[in-house]
Design a protein. Structure first.
Length: 243
C-alpha cells in the first residue's frame, strides 16, 4: 500500500497503518526551500522534510516524487544526496506536461526540451541508484529502433474519476472521450468517438495523444520526419539500488 501523505503525517493515519504494509509517499519539487516552496507553497519544504524524517525514524519505507519542470530542472542533481541523507528508499521522477491539465498548452514554458531531459534526468537517476535508492522515471523520448507500444492497446489500465468517467489513457482525462463509464455500479463501454479509436493510429511521432494534445514537445527534420518519437506516458524506467 502506498499512502500519499502530501507532506503531512497525522496521528490518525499512523494509527491505521503499519510499517510492513505501507510506503509513505512525499512530494518535493526542490532540494531546498528556495526552490521547493515557490512551487509547492510557503513552508512546505520544512514540513515535508520534517515529516519525512519522522516517518523514517518510525521505520516506514518512504518515497519522494519530484516533478521536473524548467523551474527546478537544474536543482534535480542535488536531490540524490538529500534523499540518501534523509533515508528515503524510492525516488520517482516525473516530467511536467506529459499528462493531465497541461494538455493543449503547446509551447508551455515549463516543459522541458528533449535535450534538457536527456542531459539532466538519466544521470541524476543513475546517481540516486548509486546512493542506494530505487529510482523510477518516465522514458519520454524513444531512441532510434526502440519499439513503441501504446498502453491503451497492450495493457489494462483504468483511470477512474468520481463522475463515473473511466479512461484508459491518462492524457485524455481533460476531455469527454473516455472509453468506459461506471453506471449503476457496472463498468460499461462508451460508443462513438472515444480514446480507444486513437490508440490504433500508427504515426511516426509515437504517442498519438501527445501529438494531438501536446505537439509543442515534438520536433521535425527538414524533410518533415520527426526528430524523435514520444513514448507512452505510462512507460517507466526503473533503476535498482546499487549494492
Ligand atoms: S499516452 Fe499515448 S501511448 Fe500511452 S496510452 Fe495514451 S495514447 Fe497510448
Amino acid at each position: 500500500m502506498t499512502v500519499d501523505t502530501n507532506g503531512f503525517l497525522h496521528h490518525d493515519l499512523l494509527a491505521h497503518i503499519t510499517q510492513e504494509e505501507a510506503v509513505l509517499s512525499f512530494s518535493l519539487d526542490g532540494p531546498a526551500p528556495e526552490v521547493n516552496d515557490p512551487i509547492r507553497g510557503e513552508g512546505v519544504f520544512a514540513t515535508c522534510t520534517g515529516n519525512l524524517k519522522k516517518a523514517v525514524a518510525l521505520g516506514f519505507t518512504t518515497s519522494v516524487i519530484y516533478t521536473v519542470s524548467r523551474l527546478n530542472l537544474t536543482h534535480l542533481r542535488r536531490m540524490p544526496t538529500l534523499l540518501a541523507e534523509l533515508g528515503v528508499r524510492r525516488f520517482f521522477i516525473q516530467v511536467i506536461g506529459l499528462r493531465g491539465k497541461s494538455a493543449g498548452k503547446a509551447g508551455d514554458p515549463l516543459q522541458l526540451t528533449p535535450e534538457e531531459w536527456l542531459t539532466e534526468v538519466p544521470p541524476v537517476a543513475a546517481e540516486a541508484a548509486r546512493l542506494g535508492l530505487e529510482v523510477i522515471f518516465p522514458k519520454v523520448f524513444l531512441e532510434a529502433g526502440e519499439p513503441f507500444e501504446c498502453a491503451g492497446k497492450v495493457a489494462e489500465n483504468f483511470f477512474i474519476f468520481p463522475n463515473g468517467r473511466v479512461y484508459r489513457c491518462p492524457l485524455c482525462e481533460d476531455f469527454p472521450i473516455h472509453a468506459l463509464r461506471i453506471e449503476n455500479n457496472r463498468l460499461l463501454a462508451n460508443d462513438g468517438l472515444t480514446e480507444e479509436r486513437f490508440f490504433s493510429l500508427s504515426i511516426p511521432e509515437g504517442c498519438v495523444m501527445n501529438k494531438l494534445l501536446q505537439p509543442g514537445n515534438l520536433r521535425y527534420h527538414a524533410d518533415g520526419s520527426p526528430s524523435y518519437r514520444i513514448s507512452c506516458c505510462l512507460l517507466k524506467q526503473r533503476l535498482e539500488p546499487a549494492g
